[in-house]
Structure formats: structure tokens, C-alpha cells
Design a protein around this ligand. Structure first.
Ligand code: SF4
Length: 445
């Protein structure tokens, strides 16, 4: 992992919602016209943990439904929630939505700058502007002035799809010369960077620096190139995302390949995964991505599950999905839970799990930190596994056990005998050398 790139941090939220810092590393008063982004700084501020954002899918003017959606997304772990405000009736709903929720709200403004002014007036915590469709200098200045007075930041989101100039490829390519000609989408990249430079000049002229930047595309490769270029040019926090990534099934791959690559290189301060699906998946998958990269401390259980194969003797797919749902509801400590289809590879692959079940012959054997606690029929696996997880969580909270502390080796039951019944015999045979693999000898010892 490359250390996080340094940026001038922004702060989103208020005393009531809590304040989410995005980016950091440079001084709070760093002048982005002279500060250089990168990792080699004395770090007068620390980069904040990478935050997860999402956007509501329903109408903002439908206050009750919007509030319910925001609360659901917040409960799922969203640090910041964005809402669309295409019409006056949407900005009119904002004050009440903000009053009834407790997570920072961002107003996504397109096409009419007055929606931004109304959103600021309503108490929104951040504005998102698109240079592709709000470009009038005086109007942008009005929005900047309002945000400066309200002390809220602005995200400048330059989306590849909404850049008007992309339609005039030849003219722009001529104007921008051979910039980025080595890239697959060089001219688009050049337009995005040029557009950002022009737009940010308006902000810099007004000494407004509380800025985050996004440079999204539906093309994962362009996203990686665009953010890499932006990260080297502007010392502002970056909001990462692959826009219009598609359905969850394929959008997940598209988003993770681009965002994962950038994050491992220290690029990115807040993320939004976008799917054509319930935004709750965007939050769940965004968090999981950060957990996998070690960029956020896990909340809740980590589920390990086997992919199944011809050895399976229970309905493991259903069991895994049921366990996943119940763990999300009932477990808040970051314990590892393994659901394995058999005893052949299961124990090795579940190594380190705090609670594990190994299925086989329509039964399941449950271990808690290596100790066998149950050998039960398939129909009882789900309830018993969850009750063991809940009990284990209570013991962790009481300080009786530590996560990841394995007391006893998980040993598989003898696959040749009745489930769970023959291990002692196998173990004894291994001990006297009549069965099992030859012990390894390390050269020179
Ligand atoms: S744990 Fe068993 S059932 Fe699952 S994939 Fe491995 S060998 Fe197959």
C-alpha cells in the first residue's frame, strides 16, 4: 500500500450530525495554488479514514420516503448521503429532511444554480456542482459566495459523460494537442483535466478552497487514468467513483477494480460505489472494499464461506445467505465466522475463524475458537450457529475472550466414519505414524 496522498482537508456536517473529515495531510489553510499534492509532507493534519458515500434513489420532495431511505443508508454505515435536487420542490423539502436525519446531507445540483443557493439556504452540508452543466461564471460565483458564507464545502464533479465538449472531439483534440495521447481515451482525459483547471480558477480567484474533486466515467480504465492525473495536479481530496457502473453483478467488478487500484496507490479520500440497484448495496460493498484493503476498521462480522463443490451434502448457499443476513442484524463486533461445506478442506480454510460450522451428511459441527461445541442436524445449524455467535459476542464484550484468539486446533472429524465420531482414532494413528502425511523436516534444523 502506498501512503495516502496529502490534501487540504474538508469538513462535512455539523455538531448535530457529527463532522466527517475528508482528506488531510496538508495544513488547514494550505493554498492549493502553491501546495503540491503527494505523500512527502510533514503532515500537519492526518488524512481522515476514507468515508463511504451513497445517494438516495427516491424523490427528495417525498419527504417521508426520503427520510426513511437516508436513515436506512445511515444505519447500513453510510458516512454521508447525497440527494438529488432537480426541482424547487426538492430543495423545499431539504430543511425537513435534514431536521429528521443525523447524517451529513449533500445536495447534488445539476442544470440550475438556484437549486444550489436554495439547498445552502436549507442547511445542506455540502454541494456538488457539475462543470458540465453549471458553467456560467457569474452563477458559479454566486454559489461559491453562498457556500463560503455558510462555511460548507463544494465537490466539483467532472463526469466524462456530461462534458459537452466530448461531442466535438476533433476541435478539442486539436485545441488540447497531444495531451495524454498514450491513453486509450486521451482526448476525454484532456478535456476533463482542462475543464477542471478552468472551473477551479473561478474558485481560486475567490479564495475558496474547501473543495473536493471527482472525475468519474463508466469506463474503469479512464477512471483510473483520470484520478491518477487529477491526484498529481490538485491538492484537494478526491471523491472516487465509477459512474453508471451498471447492475450490481457487473458494476461491483467495474468499481472494485478501479477504486481498489487507486486506493492501494494512496489515491482517494471518500468513495461512492454506484449500482443500478438499492443503494444499500453501494454502502455495504464500499465498506467491504475498505475493510479488505485495511483502510477501515471492520464493524460487524466477517463471513468466510466455501464456494461449495461436489463434496457438499447440505444446502449451503441458502445457509450462507441466511447467516449473512442474521449476522448483519445481530453482530456488531468484528468476529470471523466460517460456514464451510465439508470437513475435507473446511478446517484449514476456516483457520482463524472465531466461530465456524463444518457441514456434511446433512449435519453440521460447530466450533468456537477451535473448541467443538455442537454436532447437530442441518435444520438446526442456522439457529445454533447464530446463538453461538451472539454468545461469543457477549464474551468478547465482557472481556472473557479476545477476537482471533484460538485455543484449540480445529481438527476435522474423520470423513470415513460417522460425522464427528472417528477423529480420535485418526489422530491416534497420526500420532504413531501409521496414517497421515509425513512430518516436514526443514533443512538445517
Ligand atoms: S469446504 Fe468442502 S465443500 Fe466447500 S469447497 Fe472446500 S472441499 Fe468443497
Amino acid at each position: 500500500m502506498t501512503p495516502r496522498r496529502c490534501t487540504r482537508p474538508i469538513f462535512v456536517g455539523d455538531d448535530r450530525t457529527g463532522i466527517v473529515q475528508i482528506g488531510g495531510g496538508l495544513p488547514l489553510d494550505a493554498d492549493p495554488r502553491t501546495a503540491s499534492p503527494g505523500g512527502d509532507h510533514s503532515r500537519p493534519t492526518q488524512p481522515a479514514p476514507i468515508s463511504v458515500q451513497t445517494m438516495t434513489a427516491g424523490y427528495t420532495h417525498d419527504i417521508d420516503k426520503c427520510v426513511a431511505e437516508v436513515l436506512k443508508l445511515q444505519a447500513a454505515g453510510a458516512d454521508i448521503v447525497r440527494v438529488a435536487v432537480p426541482e424547487r420542490k426538492d430543495t423545499q423539502a431539504l430543511a425537513e429532511i435534514i431536521r429528521q436525519t443525523s447524517v451529513p446531507i449533500v445536495a447534488d445540483v445539476h442544470f440550475h444554480f438556484k437549486r444550489a443557493l436554495e439547498a445552502v439556504e436549507a442547511g445542506v452540508h455540502k454541494i456538488r456542482l457539475n462543470p458540465g452543466n453549471i458553467s456560467d461564471r457569474a452563477q458559479v460565483q454566486d454559489v461559491i459566495r453562498a457556500c463560503a458564507d455558510a462555511k460548507i464545502p463544494i465537490r466539483v464533479g467532472v463526469n466524462e459523460g456530461s462534458i459537452i465538449e466530448r461531442k466535438d472531439k476533433l476541435a478539442r483534440a486539436k485545441e488540447l494537442g497531444a495531451y495524454f495521447s498514450e491513453h486509450k481515451h486521451g482526448y476525454l482525459l484532456a478535456i476533463m483535466i482542462a475543464k477542471l483547471e478552468e472551473y477551479l480558477d473561478i474558485f481560486y480567484e475567490m479564495d475558496f478552497f474547501d473543495i473536493a474533486i471527482s472525475a468519474k466515467s463508466m469506463d474503469a480504465m479512464l477512471v483510473m487514468d483520470a484520478y491518477t492525473e487529477v491526484s498529481q495536479r490538485f491538492p484537494h481530496p478526491l471523491h472516487l467513483g465509477v459512474t453508471h457502473a451498471g447492475p450490481k453483478e457487473t458494476g461491483c467488478i467495474r468499481s472494485v477494480v478501479a477504486l481498489g487500484s487507486l486506493l492501494t496507490r494512496g489515491v482517494g479520500d471518500t468513495i461512492r460505489i454506484s449500482y443500478a440497484n438499492d443503494p444499500i448495496y453501494e454502502v455495504e460493498d464500499g465498506l467491504e472494499l475498505l475493510y479488505c484493503l485495511g483502510l477501515r476498521e471492520r464493524k460487524g462480522a466477517e463471513l468466510i464461506a466455501c464456494p461449495t463443490c461436489g463434496r457438499i451434502q447440505v444446502d449451503l448457499f441458502t445457509l450462507i445467505q441466511d447467516v449473512r443476513t442474521k449476522l448483519a442484524d445481530q453482530i456488531q463486533v468484528p468476529m470471523k465466522v466460517a460456514v464451510m461445506g465439508c470437513v475435507v478442506n473446511g478446517p484449514g480454510e476456516a483457520e482463524g475463524a472465531d466461530v465456524a460450522v463444518f457441514a456434511g451428511n446433512q449435519r453440521g459441527i460447530i466450533y468456537v475458537q477451535g473448541e467443538k461445541v455442537a454436532n447437530i442436524p442441518e435444520a438446526e445449524i442456522l439457529d445454533r450457529l447464530l446463538s453461538e455467535c451472539v454468545r461469543f459476542q457477549e464474551r468478547v464484550r465482557a472481556g472473557e475472550v479476545k477476537l482471533g484468539e484460538k485455543k484449540v486446533e480445529i481438527v476435522p472429524p474423520d470423513p470415513e466414519g460417522e460425522l464427528g465420531s472417528g477423529w480420535e482414532k485418526v489422530a491416534a494413528e497420526r500420532m504413531n505414524g501409521s496414517r497421515g502425511p509425513t512430518p516436514l523436516t526443514i533443512k538445517g534444523t
